[in-house]
Design a protein around this ligand. Structure first.
Ligand code: PLP
Length: 405
C-alpha cells in the first residue's frame, strides 16, 4: 500500500488509535490482522498472508486449530480457574501426558515463558543451597551472551542486549555471562558456587544462532562433572520447531530442567512449564512458589489438546521434512545480498550483508507479496511458519524470497 492509500484505510485508523493510547514497546509491521486459519492470517482489508513468524513459534500447530479450539471452548464452559488452593481434574492428566511425551519426571506449570525461566532460576538456587551445599546467598548461575529468556527484571539483568538491559537496573546479583557456543569458556567460568547453566539450544531472538556441533553435549558433560544443573530454555526451540520434539534431541542429551511455553497452548492461551528430569524439583515445598493462573483447568485442557495434535498429526516430522526442503530452496537463491541461510527444521534465518539495505525493507516487500515475516536485529529475517506447512507452501515461500532478494 502506498502512503496515501494507507492514510485513508481501515488499517490506518487502527494504527492511529493504537499509537494514541498504547505504550510504544513494539514496532510492528503495518498490518492489522483479524482472522487466522492454519498457516494463513487475514488483515482487516481482507488480504491473506502466509504467517512466517507463528507468533514467535507459539502457533506451531497453525492458527485456530479446530481440535484445540474445541478443547478450549468445552473446558471454558465447564471450569476455567480454581487456583491451586483446590485441585482440578485437568491438571493430573496434563502432568502425566506431558511427562510421558517429554520423558520427564516432574512438571511445574506457569503461564508465560519468562515465568518458567524465573521458576527455574529459583529452583536452581534453592537446590544449590539445600543439596549442593553452596553458602547462603552465594549461588551463581551462568548464562550465555546474546541470550533471550524474557523480560522480567532478573532476566533482563543478565541480557547482553543493550535495548533489553539498558535503564532497568539495579539487577539481582549472582549471574555470570559466557560466550555462546564456547564450552571452554563455560568450563573456566564454573566455580564451587555455580548451581546452574541456563542456555538456549539455538538462540532464536539473537537471529537463529546454532552453536557448534557437540557444544551442548560438552555442556552436559561439564554440568554433570561439576554438579551443576543444566537448564535448557526450549520455549522457542521446543515442541517440534526444529524437527524434533525438543532441540536437545539433536545432540542426544537431556537437561536437568527444560523450559517450554509458547506452542504448549498452540497459541490459544499463555501456558508454560518447567520440566524436571532429576529430583531437582523436590526442593520446592508448599508455599514457596506459585501462580494464581498456573496449572488452571482451562490452560491444562488447552495444552493437552495442543500436545495431542502436535503428535497425532505428525507435525514434528513434518517440520523436519518440510524444513529441509525450504532450507534447500533458500540456499539455492543466488542473491548477492544474502550472507547466510541457516536453520534447523522450520526454525530458519536468512541473514543479509550489512550493506544490503536492512531486513526491515525485505519484510515490507514480502508483506506486499502476502508473506509475513519479522526481522531480528538489523540484517536477519527469521522464517518460522506453522509446522503444518505443506511442500507447495514451502516452495511458495522460497519463491517470494527469491523475488524480493
Ligand atoms: C519467547 C521466549 C521467552 C519468553 O517467553 P514469554 O512468554 O514472552 O515470557 C523465553 N525464552 C525464549 C527462548 C523465548 O523465545
Amino acid at each position: 500500500m502506498n502512503d496515501i492509500a494507507l492514510e485513508r484505510s481501515l488499517t490506518a485508523s487502527y494504527i492511529a488509535l493504537e499509537a494514541e493510547y498504547g505504550a510504544k514497546n513494539y514496532k510492528p509491521l503495518d498490518v492489522v490482522l483479524t482472522r487466522g486459519e492454519g498457516v494463513h492470517v487475514w488483515d482487516v482489508e481482507g488480504r491473506r498472508y502466509l504467517d512466517c513468524l507463528s507468533a514467535y513459534s507459539a502457533v506451531n500447530q497453525g492458527h485456530c486449530h479446530p481440535k484445540i479450539l474445541a478443547a478450549m471452548t468445552q473446558q471454558a464452559q465447564r471450569l476455567t480457574l480454581t487456583s491451586r488452593a483446590f485441585r482440578n481434574d485437568q491438571l493430573a492428566p496434563f502432568y502425566e501426558e506431558l511427562c510421558a511425551l517429554t520423558n520427564s519426571h516432574k512438571v511445574l506449570p506457569m503461564n508465560s515463558g519468562a515465568e518458567a525461566v524465573e521458576t527455574a532460576l529459583k529452583v536452581a538456587r534453592k537446590w544449590g543451597y539445600e543439596v549442593k551445599g553452596v553458602p547462603d546467598g552465594q549461588a551463581e548461575i551462568i548464562v550465555a551472551a546474546d541470550n533471550f529468556h524474557g523480560r522480567t527484571i532478573a532476566i533482563v539483568g543478565f541480557s547482553t542486549d543493550p535495548t533489553s538491559n539498558g535503564g532497568f537496573g539495579p539487577y539481582p546479583a549472582g549471574f555470570k555471562v559466557v560466550p555462546y557456543g564456547d564450552a571452554a569458556a563455560l568450563e573456566a567460568a564454573i566455580g564451587p558456587n555455580t548451581v546452574a547453566f541456563l542456555v538456549e539450544p539455538i538462540q532464536g531472538e539473537a537471529g537463529v544462532i546454532i552453536p557448534p556441533a557437540g557444544y551442548l553435549q560438552r555442556a552436559r558433560e561439564l554440568c554433570t562433572k561439576h554438579d551443576v544443573i543444566l537448564i535448557l530454555d526450549e520455549i522457542q526451540t521446543g515442541l517440534g520447531r526444529t524437527g524434533k520434539l525438543l532441540a536437545e534431541e539433536h545432540e542426544g542429551i537431556e537437561a536437568d530442567l527444560t523450559l517450554i511455553g509458547k506452542a504448549l497452548s498452540g497459541g490459544f492461551y499463555p501456558v508454560s512449564a518447567v520440566l524436571s528430569n532429576s529430583e531437582v524439583m523436590s526442593v520446592l515445598h508448599p508455599g514457596e512458589h506459585g501462580s494464581t493462573f498456573g496449572g488452571n483447568p482451562l490452560a491444562c485442557a488447552v495444552a493437552r489438546a495442543a500436545l495431542k495434535v502436535l503428535v497425532e498429526e505428525g507435525m514434528v516430522e513434518n517440520a523436519a521434512r518440510i524444513g529441509a526442503r525450504l532450507q534447500a530452496s533458500l540456499h539455492a537463491i543466488a542473491a548477492p545480498s544474502v550472507k547466510e541461510v541457516r536453520g534447523r527444521g522450520l526454525m530458519i534465518a536468512v541473514e543479509l550483508h550489512a550493506d544490503a539495505g536492512g531486513a526491515r525493507r525485505v519484510c515490507e516487500a514480502l508483506q506486499a507479496r502476502g508473506l509475513l515475516a519479522k526481522e531480528t536485529h538489523e540484517h536477519t529475517i527469521r522464517i518460522a511458519p506453522p509446522l503444518i506447512l505443506t511442500a507447495d507452501q514451502a516452495d511458495w515461500i522460497a519463491e517470494q524470497f527469491a523475488a524480493v532478494l
